[in-house]
Design a protein around this ligand. Structure first.
Ligand SMILES: *Cc1c(COP(=O)(O)O)cnc(C)c1O
Length: 394
């Protein structure tokens, strides 16, 4: 006999996809509509304007019926030409993936190595850019929030380094797991291509992504010779929607319209960011408490770069994070994120982004504490009390 599925609502604590608010789910369940119907175009145009507001940009935004990887690919094929050299700042699993994609596409990515737990040394970035006197590096690719390690990258500092060294490289930023969770400012930070996705802070199902592209990015696009068609911005600009080669996924835009209403009107971005910062700090206080007695630790060891949307937690030697995740899921119906790539089995991740509040995060933390007892993972009990004490301060 298999054990029965646990009752009650699942606590979904993965860092993406994330929980979808009921009102977004309902909005997305819209009847089929012609994507050129004026009633849809009104919704569509409002969504485009709203996404620009979230990206903090006035520039062009292109949408794709693809998950985030599709938008990464769109950025590379629209901005580059075969053989172009790129510099990718190593942050973890996602920076590795972007570099790998670039190589498969016939580009020449170079990785600026860094310690996944401490983050890149920005002095090394500056030195590498100064060394590139002929400006061979066409673009600098960075991941604003490394979802695999729970570390963010100070994009404004990266911009200052590009400016200070007078390096003309395009700045490409993956903001997939930061957008709508903590501050991102495409125009102010001089980002040439911002890559976003639907299923993280925007609280939508997986399957839509987008790129914001600066004027400098559009100028680079004009001379790009990478083969492309479905993802081509030039193709897209010939359409009424200025996006999509083919059918527009109308249901997504009904969901997006509602998600943008929640983010921009009902709560407001600044309060959304404050909520993420508060819940993230509660998680960190809890994990720090657990870490005593050879307990699990925060994977990120650089307090200046803690991510406010995801925390990766490193288990003590000899303990498998997937065993703990299995206990949480099978016994208590709490879904935790796993370790990605080389961190598989070593870390688990708590997503604290999107449609989330104190009871949801406390429920998750309590269950992790319970599962650690059941799975005999050493820790100092009382982490949840530390989180509560922090949250009670306001
Ligand atoms: C989720 C994510 C992606 C994209 O993944 P998809 O599964 O293709 O949507 C890319 N970068 C980061 C940092 C992410 O968190």
């Amino acid at each position: 006999m298999t054990s029965p599925k646990p009752r009650g609502r699942q606590f979904f604590a993965n860092p993406g996809p994330t929980n979808i608010p009921d009102s977004v789910l309902h909005a997305q369940a819209h009847v089929t509509i012609d994507f050129n119907d004026p009633a849809f175009l009104e919704v569509y145009d409002r969504c485009v304007a709203g996404v620009k507001q979230v990206l903090k940009t006035q520039s062009e935004v292109f949408f794709y019926t693809a998950s985030g990887h599709g938008a990464w690919e769109a950025a590379l094929v629209n901005l580059c030409s075969p053989g172009d050299a790129l510099l990718v700042i190593e942050t973890g699993y996602f920076s590795e993936g972007w570099a790998h994609m670039a190589a498969d596409l016939g580009l020449q990515p170079e990785t600026l190595a860094s310690d996944w737990r401490r983050g890149v040394d920005l002095a090394a970035l500056e030195a590498r850019l100064r060394e590139d006197r002929d400006h061979k590096l066409k673009a600098l690719c960075v991941v604003h929030n490394e979802t695999a390690t729970g570390m963010s990258l100070p994009v404004p500092e990266v911009r200052r380094i590009l400016d200070r060294t007078g390096h003309p490289a395009l700045l490409l930023v993956d903001t997939i797991s930061s957008l709508g969770s903590f501050d991102f400012r495409m125009d102010e930070w001089g980002v040439d291509c911002a890559v976003g996705g639907s299923q993280k802070g925007l609280m939508l199902p997986t399957g839509m992504s987008f790129t914001g592209v600066s004027a400098k990015g559009m100028a680079a696009h004009a001379t790009s010779t990478m083969p492309k068609h479905y993802l081509s911005w030039t193709q897209m600009l010939t359409r009424r929607h200025r996006s999509f080669v083919g059918t527009v996924p109308t249901s997504f835009f009904y969901g997006l319209q509602e998600a943008l209403r929640l983010l921009l009107e009902e709560e407001g971005l600044d309060r959304v960011f404050a909520r993420h910062a508060r819940l993230a700090e509660a998680v960190r206080r809890c994990v720090r408490h657990w870490s005593g007695n050879n307990g699990p630790q925060l994977y990120c060891q650089n307090a200046d770069r803690f991510s406010d949307s995801v925390t990766a937690i490193l288990l003590p030697e000899g303990h498998d994070a997937n065993v703990l995740r299995n206990v949480a899921l099978q016994k208590y119906n709490v879904s935790l994120g796993g370790g990605l790539g080389r961190l598989n089995g070593q870390v688990f991740r708590i997503g604290h982004l999107g449609d989330l509040n104190e009871p949801m995060i406390l429920g998750t933390l309590s269950t992790v504490e319970l599962a650690m007892q059941v799975a005999k993972v050493p820790h100092t009990p009382g982490g949840v009390a530390a989180a509560i004490a922090f949250l009670a301060e306001g």
